[in-house]
Design a binder for this molecule. Structure first.
Ligand SMILES: [Zn+2]
Length: 343
């Protein structure tokens, strides 16, 4: 079964996607499920079979190394053969239960970027709460903080997707205080008991505990920071908030696992990072930081704004775009990094 899946993935992935792999590429993902209970709510998670097939195919072309080895080879000019690093963002419980044993079995080094408030409290992530609400709240019109008009939830799928997009956009745009208020209002509106029921149905989106994070670190997984509350460090976020998010996450990880050398910007594309965020992260004592701006590392002019490439869901397969965003953006990378840093 697994062998046939791996073979079908090898057939599906166009060779030109692999030909674009050169030097050092850092891939990112979020988590793994055996099977989705609801793909709309759990859309950050790949299936185990998708992941195994993708990694099996990728390993034919690249050698997976740790961040440290990758950056060392890059710095010494020795990263000529295609190298890759696997990273996973947020810190979901399946990273400990499923991803760690699977990557160990496959001999793939792993780095996980965790949001410390969520590890510390078990609180669900803002974007998960927005998806839960959009796809599970009863039909109605909900006045919510941070939204100009009441959010309309209707039973049809299209309306629920529109509501999910509107809530997601609010999380990406609001200052962190506004995100906290919106999340509290969503749980209040759907009801704490109903939210607890949904959380039990979507264990995939539960954060790890510190005990699990430490166990991963002890097993050789690199633990990096991903802001305290997964705050999106966009240019309208106050500098004091950015400092709180970045420094708290770094300090807590250092206290719990001993070191925190790397940072990944939450969401992390051009619209989700501002000049203050790059400045704060650059001065915080990290060795490097990672965005989700597309590209490979040799094209990067900034070690605190390194590019990454997302591992996609199988359902997003098309002939140009599987199993990761094709690497066509290296030439544009320096201009994109400059855009993030421009005042
Ligand atoms: Zn994230």
């Amino acid at each position: 079964m697994l062998l046939s899946l791996a073979k079908s993935a090898l057939r599906t992935i166009p060779a030109r996607n692999f030909r674009s792999l050169a030097g050092l590429t850092v891939f990112y993902m979020h988590g793994l499920v055996r099977k989705h209970a609801d793909e709309r709510v759990q859309r950050l998670h790949l299936t185990v079979d998708e992941f195994r097939a993708t990694m099996t195919a990728l390993r034919e072309w690249v050698r997976f190394v740790s961040i440290e080895e990758g950056l060392t080879l890059l710095a010494t000019g020795a990263a000529r053969a295609p190298l890759a690093v696997l990273t996973s963002d947020d810190g979901y419980i399946d990273n400990h239960d499923v991803l760690m044993p699977l990557t160990r079995e496959m001999g793939i080094p792993l780095a996980v970027f965790v949001s410390t408030h969520h590890i510390d409290t078990g609180a669900r992530f803002p974007t998960y709460l927005t998806r839960c609400f959009a796809y599970h709240a009863p039909a109605g019109a909900y006045p919510l903080p941070g939204l100009d008009e009441p959010l309309v939830i209707a039973e049809d799928d299209g309306a629920r997707t529109a509501a999910s997009n509107a809530l997601g956009a609010a999380v990406y745009r609001l200052p962190q205080e506004g995100v906290r208020d919106l999340c509290a209002a969503l749980v209040e509106a759907i009801g704490a008991d109903r939210q607890a029921e949904l959380d039990a149905a979507y264990v995939s989106d539960q954060p790890m505990t510190w005990t699990q994070v430490k166990a991963m670190s002890d097993a050789g997984v690199e633990i990096g920071a991903h802001a305290h509350e997964h705050a999106i460090l966009h240019r309208k976020q106050a500098r004091a908030e950015i400092e709180h998010q970045v420094l708290t996450s770094k300090t807590m990880i250092e206290e719990r696992v001993g070191r925190c050398r790397y940072f990944a910007f939450p969401v992390g594309n051009i619209a989700h990072i501002g000049p203050d965020a790059v400045d704060v992260v650059g001065k915080a004592g990290f060795d490097a930081a990672f965005s989700t701006i597309n590209g490979t590392l040799a094209a990067s002019e900034d070690r605190f704004l390194y590019p990454r490439v997302m591992l996609h869901r199988d359902s997003r397969v098309d002939e140009f775009n599987f199993p990761f965003t094709a690497l066509r953006h290296d030439r544009a990378l320096p201009a994109r990094q400059a855009q993030v840093k421009a005042r």
